[in-house]
Design a protein around this ligand. Structure first.
Ligand code: FAD
Length: 392
């Protein structure tokens, strides 16, 4: 019997576990496999240090600029070298371990090799989680259950809080970690918006290592084959030229879905249960950035759980505090606006984006607007969008 049972020890679940354990609660953190490398670009902005200052000591690969390309390879580069904190790129195996270890250090009980597959119900309320280990089935009872087991979550559907993902609600991406000699700028991330709804990336991980990937989203998941577009992206002469690598080795590769339409705000909580992270849609539409928003959702859910347990009221009404958390509300609002910008970005095979980058390269005022939009989540005015549309 635990105060809180959390299914999934990724960034979202581990952050919740850390906060709750620090407060003195008994936390069970259930994880399918701590050796699983979450398919991911591993790019994280400097905001991560606010939540995990100890990451600096791990000496992560520093990123100090971004180079963005539209479908026809119009380019906009922005550097923050010397002017603000650095972003980082990390191998997810390493990042997730550091984040998970802070939960364990705080006192959370990690149960590895446990696959959550169902709830234990009492009076139509979930009071625990059933798992399978390689040798047996187990039951973890808790006052509050936090479901943080990502996109493949069976519990989210069994909870009744949300339905199975529809293909149009998703992004589908394939990525790889490659080792070899390459000449792409080492402290710069490269993002390639495609002429269809999708993007590719090259994220350096060190001197001779990088993460490369690409994917589609929404209806273009149906129109494009993921393996084909990955192959085309990797072998595109522009990309080959940028990497100028002759010998390389793929040390890992995988494909995985991500939410593409923002937070599922009607699916966040019910009596003694909350959904957090990818599972609840905490991934930024367009950019696919989900590590930071998932951590924010984990923190907010932990806050709501603490208040509910202290006040001995774990009802749906009490857990509403999770959704009302100002940071969660900000994310919901921001993702909604971003979703509404998708059509503009990809109209006419990405022509608006090419025009936007060209204009930003010519005019400092526009440059500021575009940089603020991509890097600082600002949403430009309607006038800005209509000016871009008017350009030939
Ligand atoms: C290809 C790709 C590239 C991406 N690139 C970036 C990027 O560069 N930057 C960025 O910020 N975001 C990126 N994202 C999004 C980011 O990976 C996610 O938003 C983030 O990992 C969400 O964290 P989470 O804790 O919610 O879920 P996850 O990281 O998926 O963690 C879920 C955890 O639950 C465990 N689990 C799953 N099922 C069970 C079960 N049944 N029982 C027990 N445990 C279970 C898993 O093993 C895992 O540890 C990318 C996503 C994809 C698919």
């Amino acid at each position: 019997m635990f105060d809180i049972v959390i299914s999934g020890a990724g960034p979202a679940g581990s952050k919740s576990a850390e906060i709750l354990a620090k407060k003195g609660f008994e936390v069970a953190l259930i994880e399918r496999d701590t050796n699983w490398r979450k398919p991911c670009g591993g790019g994280v902005s400097s905001r991560i240090f606010k939540y995990f200052p100890q990451l600096r000591k791990a000496n992560p690969h520093k990123i100090e600029s971004i180079s963005m390309y539209s479908g026809d390879y119009s380019n906009l580069k922005y550097s923050w070298k010397g002017s603000r904190d650095y972003s980082i790129n990390m191998d997810r195996l390493e990042l997730d371990n550091i984040i998970r270890n802070s939960a364990i250090d705080a006192g959370a009980h990690l149960f590895d090799n446990n696959l959550s597959y169902d709830f234990i119900w009492k009076n139509q309320k979930p009071i625990g989680i059933k798992t399978k280990t390689p040798s047996e089935t187990k039951e973890y009872l808790g006052n509050i259950l936090i479901i943080a087991d990502g996109m493949s979550s069976k519990l989210a559907i069994k909870s009744g809080l949300r339905k199975k993902w529809k293909i149009e609600e998703l992004g589908l991406a394939k990525c790889a970690i490659i080792e070899g000699d390459f000449s792409v700028e080492n402290n710069c991330i490269h993002v390639f918006f495609r002429p269809y709804k999708g993007y590719g990336w090259i994220f350096p991980l060190g001197e001779n290592r990088f993460n490369i990937g690409c994917g589609t989203f929404q209806e273009d998941n149906r129109n494009y084959n993921l393996n084909n577009i990955y192959h085309e992206f990797f072998n595109d002469p522009f990309i080959k030229d940028l990497l100028s690598t002759t010998t390389y080795k793929t040390i890992w590769s995988a494909s995985y879905p991500l939410p593409a339409l923002g937070v599922k705000k009607k699916s966040l909580y019910s009596d003694n249960m909350m959904l957090i992270g990818d599972n609840a849609g905490f991934v930024s539409p367009i950019s696919g950035e989900g590590i930071h928003p998932s951590i924010v959702s984990g923190q907010a859910a932990a806050g709501a759980a603490i208040q509910a347990l202290e006040e001995e009221n774990i009802s749906k009404e009490a857990l509403k505090q999770y959704k009302l958390n100002p940071n969660v509300r900000k994310i919901i609002r921001n993702f909604k606006l971003k979703t509404s910008m998708v059509e503009f970005f990809y109209e006419q095979k990405g022509r608006n984006l090419s025009n936007m980058f060209r204009l930003a390269n010519q005019n400092d005022k526009y440059r500021e607007i575009v940089v603020d939009m991509f890097l600082f989540n600002a949403v430009p005015s309607k006038e800005f969008f209509s000016e871009i549309r008017k350009l030939k």
